[in-house]
Structure formats: structure tokens, C-alpha cells
Ligand binder design. Structure first.
Ligand SMILES: C[S@@+](CC[C@H](N)C(=O)[O-])C[C@H]1O[C@@H](n2cnc3c(N)ncnc32)[C@H](O)[C@@H]1O
Length: 281
């Protein structure tokens, strides 16, 4: 992979997803994409770049994007946000939901579903019949593979390490083995989310730098460990759009290394532990 190939790939990823790749990521790009070149029988990165630059190959362009995103996540990651949800945000919202009001939470950049399901478990612990009220958690990601994994809601036993035993017992059940996939084999037991979780969480593919088809505002948005891959200009644009979509008094939760900047800070005030509250409640 030449420097010119790397720059072309970085340029496409930036235009498509807002993800900024510095030259220090050259080895990572090489190792993730060389497998793909072998699978396709393509001999050079130059040829691969020409292929994905051709608009008739949108499917391969998305495959490239998906292989270059970083999807690391786990249940109850940065646990203080779920504590905050339980102690501060949810009590009045669930009270309002009992009176028929609408409650919407959004996990933006949800990866394989661990984050929205952690939000769902926090909520279900307080209101086990939540899905029968007008309460939903929207879970979105640009990468169709992780969205499909989240929607399937099936996780290996080792993946559930961060889930408290009581929650595991209530909101996961052993998943039946699927013939021919090796899943449910002898190495590791799989678990699937129960219907109360499925009914609460809605998975969609969505590019944060593209159009957002959703109408209405959110009571809280989790966008954690996503904007670290963007440049400052893209981050600030996304945060501004979140600010417009959050209800007065609602919250934006960001990752531990992220700090809000730009126009969003006019309405989102830092509270504590990387959570920001929208003014005007
Ligand atoms: C490191 S994961 C974070 C997952 C979860 N929020 C957490 O903190 O555990 C980052 C996710 O952001 C997604 N992502 C990156 N760029 C995106 C974009 N432009 N639009 C939507 N999702 C994006 C990636 O596909 C990936 O799944």
C-alpha cells in the first residue's frame, strides 16, 4: 500500500463517515484491508482504490468503511452514566411515561448493541413493563454489520461479564444453537436478550454526518467513544445537531476522553462525569 493509496482511502472514509485517519493508522488500514483484497482476488491497493472509488460499487465501499470502523464496546461501559440515568434522568421521565407521555433515548454509534441494551436494562430494572408505555431506545450505527448483531441480540457468555448477575438472569436467556454456524456449540454458551429488551430497543443504520430521518426530540443521547474518530469541525457539527435534538433539561453523555466544544456549548452545560444538560428545563 503506497502513501497515495492510503491518502485515497483516508479521503473516502472522511467523506463517507467523517472519520479522520492520520498516517499513524497506515498499518491498521493495511492489516484490515489486505484480508479483503485477498478475498476478492485483487492484487494491489491501487486496484482496490479504483474499485471503491467507482460509484457502481457502493456495496464494497460500505464493506471497506465497516472494516475500518472501530467497534470496541462492552456492557455497562463507563458505568457512571447508567448510574446517572437511574438516579437523575429516569425517575421523572418514567413518572411522566406512566401519565402517557413519550420518552425517547438514543444510543448514537451503538456498535454491537451493548450500550443501548445497558440503557434498556437500567430502565427495565425501574419499570419492567416499559415497552408497553410510549418509551423507546433508538440504537444507530453507520456499520450495517454491528447493527445486525445488535438487532440479533445474541451474545457469548464471556461478553456478559459486565452485566450484574441479577440483570443477566432477568434479561437474557440461553440462545438455541443455530445449525451449521458453530454458534451454540460446546465452547461457549450463547445468550439472547428477552422480548422485554427487544421491544424497547429499535436498531437502525444511520450515518451521523448524513441526514437524520427521525422526527421529535430525545430526553437523552448517548454518543460515547464515537466522535474521537472525527476531526474537531465534524465533532462540533454533530454535537450542535444533538443539542438541537435534545429536550430542554435532557442530557448528552459523551465518552471519558471527549469534551464538548463549539456552538453546542451555548445550550449544553457540563454537569459531571462527561454528562451535559440542556438548559431551559
Ligand atoms: C468504539 S464504538 C463505541 C460504541 C459505544 N458507543 C461505546 O461507547 O461502547 C464507535 C462506533 O461508532 C460508529 N461510527 C463511526 N463513525 C460513525 C458515523 N459517521 N455515523 C454513525 N456511527 C459511526 C462505529 O461504527 C462504531 O460502531
Amino acid at each position: 500500500m503506497t502513501e497515495a493509496d492510503f491518502l485515497k482511502i483516508a479521503d473516502m472514509l472522511y467523506k463517507d463517515a467523517g472519520i479522520h485517519l492520520s498516517p499513524s493508522k497506515t498499518d491498521l488500514v493495511y492489516s484490515r484491508l489486505s484480508k479483503r483484497l485477498r478475498t476478492l482476488g485483487i492484487a494491489s491497493f491501487k486496484d482496490y482504490c479504483a474499485l471503491v472509488a467507482d460509484s457502481s460499487n457502493a456495496g464494497e465501499r460500505m464493506t471497506m468503511l465497516a472494516s475500518l470502523t472501530t467497534n470496541v464496546t462492552h456492557f455497562f461501559r463507563e458505568k457512571h452514566h447508567f448510574d446517572h440515568l437511574r438516579e437523575h434522568l429516569l425517575p421523572p421521565l418514567l413518572q411522566a411515561a406512566r401519565q402517557g407521555e413519550r420518552v425517547r433515548l438514543w444510543s448514537a454509534g451503538c456498535s454491537t448493541g451493548h450500550e443501548p441494551y445497558s440503557m434498556a436494562m437500567t430502565l427495565l430494572a425501574m419499570m419492567p413493563n416499559a415497552a408497553s408505555h410510549d418509551i423507546r431506545i433508538l440504537a444507530t450505527d453507520i456499520d450495517p454489520n454491528v447493527v445486525a448483531t445488535g438487532r440479533a441480540g445474541i451474545y457469548g457468555a464471556s461478553d456478559l461479564g459486565g452485566v450484574p448477575a441479577e440483570y443477566r438472569r432477568r434479561w437474557f436467556r440461553p440462545a438455541p444453537p443455530i445449525a451449521g454456524t458453530g454458534r451454540g456449540g460446546t465452547d461457549e454458551m450463547d445468550f439472547e436478550v428477552v422480548d422485554a429488551m427487544r421491544d424497547l430497543v429499535v436498531f437502525r443504520e444511520l450515518n451521523l454526518i448524513g441526514q437524520w430521518p427521525m422526527k421529535g426530540r430525545f430526553d437523552a443521547i448517548f454518543c460515547r467513544n464515537v466522535t474521537i474518530y472525527f476531526d474537531q469541525q465534524t465533532r462540533e457539527r454533530v454535537w450542535k445537531r444533538f443539542a438541537e435534538r435534545i429536550q430542554p433539561g435532557g442530557y448528552l453523555y459523551v465518552g471519558h476522553s471527549e469534551r464538548l466544544g463549539g456552538p453546542a456549548t451555548a445550550v449544553l452545560t457540563y454537569e459531571s462525569n462527561t454528562s451535559y444538560r440542556k438548559t431551559g428545563a
